[in-house]
Design a protein around this ligand. Structure first.
Ligand code: ADP
Length: 352
């Protein structure tokens, strides 16, 4: 199937070259499933005037050949786009992030149980579906739930020849979790001091290869561990997750204040309002505001942050997380909400 897709893409040339886009090595991370075809087109310059036209040509050719299948083409350029003012431009290479990782984004929440891991898991899959090369670190020392959400609880990551940890790959996402290395019964007192060193190890001593995104599912809260992690990691930015409930919003605000403080100054990419309303599967138009209405939207507005997404409470989000097949994998209401979140995040990074 991959060959068939590549065969079609070989008919498309870059106008500045007489070679086709496959021969030019522009097609990356091709992923073909019965539902969708996704890949990235890599361009050698920061802005290629032919990028949109080539993307459109690819989409048209593939949709014609594979009707009914979704086609997703991500555009990758040689450097971060110079459209933002210099001061706002995200740092792509930071001291504590390996050079092979373009954007390191932490997913944080003030309060536990608001859906931080659910957002991190689905966001990582949604980015991978767009053809980006994605890694996900589960650094939630209090309750590492990413292995369960990806159905890889029993995985034992191996070491390569250079003693680097090889991430476990599932749904085109490279996953490493503190849960792979800490036994569920280990007391918390051992875990907290381990968090910083373990996370740095997962970040720096793993075989990530080239990544466009490395997402970090952080431990909930705004304590000392977070301060240390944020000071040492120097991230591209942070996504803050909250429910619209007042207690969750108050804790999210503490987190935002911490991130904005002078000694951290980490860019906040935006707020995700999770559990924004309840929608029963049989009545997709109905919205019941169980935890309050638009609290996350208001928080984003008050702090002049982007509202990246509003994710409803849907039973399938919970069920699919428990069964190791996150909701972003299958079509429907939750996937659409995660798609919007992903597009908004890409826009914040000037990649849309
Ligand atoms: P956290 O990482 O913040 O502790 P989790 O992502 O583990 O939170 O989510 C807590 C629980 O809520 C999980 O059982 C998860 O499946 C469920 N959940 C999270 N978001 C949603 C949602 N939008 N709809 C339904 N269930 C959700």
């Amino acid at each position: 199937m991959n060959e068939q897709v590549l065969g079609i893409l070989m008919r498309i040339a870059h106008p500045e070259s007489d070679k086709n886009i496959v021969a030019l090595g522009m097609v990356e991370a091709l992923n073909v499933t019965p539902e969708r075809i996704s890949f990235s087109l890599r361009f050698g310059k920061p802005r290629d005037p032919f990028a949109s036209a080539i993307k459109r040509q690819c989409e048209q050719a593939l949709r014609q050949e594979f009707p009914g299948r979704a086609v997703e083409v991500a555009l990758l350029f040689a450097e971060a786009q110079p459209m933002q003012p210099a001061a706002k431009r995200p740092a792509t290479h930071t001291p504590a992030a390996p050079k092979n990782i373009r954007y390191t984004v932490a997913v944080m929440s003030g309060k536990g149980g608001v859906g931080k891991s659910t957002i991190a898991a689905n966001l990582s899959i949604s980015l991978a579906q767009r053809g980006y090369r994605v890694g996900l670190i589960d650094a939630d020392i209090y309750g590492p739930s990413i292995p369960k959400m990806f159905g890889v609880e029993d995985a034992k990551p191996l070491l390569n020849g250079q003693e680097k940890i090889i991430p476990v790959e599932k749904y085109a996402v490279k996953v490493l979790s503190i849960g792979f290395f800490v036994k569920p019964g280990d007391p918390l007192i051992w875990r907290a001091p381990m968090a910083t060193s373990a996370l740095k190890q997962l970040l720096l001593q793993a075989e990530w290869g080239e990544l466009d995104f490395l997402l970090i599912d952080m431990p909930p809260g705004t304590g000392d561990i977070h301060l240390t992690l944020l000071q040492e990691l120097k991230l591209t930015g942070v996504v803050v997750v909250s429910t619209p409930q007042q207690v969750a919003l108050a804790d999210a605000l503490k987190g935002i204040n911490m991130l904005s403080s002078a000694n951290i100054k980490t860019r906040i990419l935006g707020v995700v309002e999770n559990m924004a309303w309840f929608t029963p599967a049989e009545l997709p138009q109905n919205r019941y505001y169980i935890f309050g209405k638009e609290g996350g939207r208001q928080l984003a507005h008050d702090r002049q942050l982007a509202l990246l997404g509003e994710i409803p409470i849907v039973q399938s989000i919970c069920d699919s997380g428990d069964s190791g097949t996150p909701a972003a994998l299958s079509d429907g209401l939750p996937k659409a909400a995660f798609d919007t979140l992903t597009e908004n995040l890409l826009e914040q990074l000037n990649m849309a």
